[in-house]
Design a protein around this ligand. Sequence first.
Ligand code: ADP
Ligand code: MG
Length: 721
Amino acid sequence: MMRSQALKTATSRKNKFSYKGNISFTELYNSNVFDDTAMRDFLSKEAYESVSNSINDGKTINRKMAEHVAAGMKRWALSKGASHYTHWFQPLTGSTAEKHDSFWEPKNGKAVEKFSAGSLVQQEPDASSLPNGGLRNTFEARGYTAWDPSSPAFIHENTTGRTLCIPTVFVSYNGEALDYKAPLLKSISLIDKAATDICKYFLKKVSSCTASLGIEQEYFLVDEALYNARPDLVMCGRTVVGHAPAKGQQMDDHYFGSIPDRVFNYMFEVEMEAAKLGIPLKTRHNEVAPGQYECAPMFEDVNLAIDHNQLLMDLMDQVAHKHHFRVLFHEKPFAGINGSGKHNNWSLITNTGVNLLSPGSDPNSNLLFLTIFINTIKALHDNADIIRASIATASNDHRLGANEAPPAIISAFIGSKLTDVLNAFLEDSTVSDKDDKKSITIGKIPEIMRDNTDRNRTSPFAFTGNKFELRAVGSSTNSAQPITALNSAVANQLIQFKKAVDEAISKGAEQKVAIIKELKSVLKSAQNILFEGNNYSEEWANEAKKRGLSNIKNTAEALSAYISKQAISTFVDNGIFTKEELHARLEVMLEDYIKKIQIEGRILADLVYTYIMPPSIEYLTSLAQNVKILKDSKLTVGKAQQDLISEISYHIDETKAKTDKMIEARRKANNETDSQKMALAYHRNVKETFDDIRYHVDKLEQLIDDRMWQLPKYRELLFIK
Ligand code: ADP
Ligand code: MG
């Protein structure tokens, strides 16, 4: 039997990984990246400057220079042992995509290595089967990948070969975005300009701003043999059945506990590989649930941070195979214990090194802080539904709005000190148009030490001293989507804010007075998004309803925010997405939702019929035979056996009836022609039946002889390592 074999394999693993000698992370760091040092070594001065200007100021690289860059990059890649190159991009599948071409080509009976500017700058992958939401009809199915010089090329190592990877955007023949990166890059330019314009009120020297991002990644590790014996894990990344183990996370003995040796070895190798790729992993620890862990890098500018996170996920998967683990990025692989998120720590930093979300003690610089801080809160307030939509997936539905924090209600936590500061700011009556400069007071903000800020683990958007932490993002999500939304929302708000202030100034108001007045009005209109209490509680759900905040618990409904009026103002008016692109994205996400639930439904039915029913019926039969033997031999038949028989029989009947109902509901849902309606049907009629079925299956798991049960149990999946 698969389960007993898997258990044997999993429990007899030898720990083969030991690294002799010292590993120098400083030497490994960036060794597989075409970084500044490599560029200086392999590029002419002119070509180097051209790339630097492109990275720093967004200047385009001309064809001649691109030819030089390609030549240098090729020499570097060959020196690293690369045989192939690929454009590396992030289509709307959620994973990364690559199509490799060899450097070498035959020429006159010999082989030569070739890599031209054309191959560097633009490729035309035959990617007609990647999701496009209707943006490419079949006769114009071409898609292009185009080089993103702001994210450095890198070498991807496999056991047998090495590949030069060039980060790219992926667009259609008509230039519409087919990936996550193209809109992200637009949102980065947008917020750069919007924040820089605001800075000009305060700091004349600022000429650009970057959004920074630090991504905490949660994940589970499961032994490979046990994983392979669970078709649901293999096909959906989560268990659709499984009884909770006697011991879960209630003892709080796993969080920050000592890391098991086998897991440590895995983490260590991930860190080594990450270092080579320049991913600055800093933190590792056990998470709350058994079998759950987290890693986090130092923050970087958002484009790089997101490329690095996508790369890290690939790497973690690759290294896991080597260590006979499987890494689970699903938001809720196991019912009843914590799921996984991806906290996105976000702030804005000027080219002069000022973190705009870092409050200080000087009232003057505090006004800049307050401007960014309050406008970010307002942006969240006006775009709550868009932010919610940007993280809506079938798998994240298990966290948001289910039995887990954060909830589907978008709110911001700012801590008691800043709450006081904002209240004082609003109450301060000394500021009016007639006041002269001297009488303007803005409450002194106490220097907030990072460690001093209160912790609220339940908030979806928490201010943590010098950054906002978007916690509602799912562990498997490409952060580009929520961060594009956040960048665009904040930029849009800063643009509106500046317009209002400039108008007041043009009517004769003093700048500071105009800013403070406008800030107060912005804050007042956004205040109801602030919540300091327990986001998990029933009271908050009621309170939020009173405040008129949305509480959209499922993806099928949440996604429509992508084509709302607000989406036009945030995205379309600022050139991040066209209307067509938004509709296409909505379509892709709805389809993704439908397919995921469809696959889960199929797997669940498969398991019921081929894994759950057979041993249940077999055990039932053996009990019945036993009763018959007892009766035939005129022995008394105890109540226990009779009870067991009727209990098992009941759960078998219910499991089958409910599964058949689900299959029928799926058939009906498939008949819907409109994808929004189909998604809703899948949510309401198909997905909602999963837990009913599961209830009876999990009862059977508790009743059936353990030796007969086919699927590795939770206690085995979570505790064996
Ligand atoms: P937590 O207590 O939430 O786990 P950590 O100290 O582990 O917090 O940091 C979380 C992440 O926040 C790290 O990736 C860190 O680099 C990042 N971070 C710190 N400062 C900033 C900032 N100014 N902008 C963006 N991210 C930041
Ligand atoms: Mg955190």
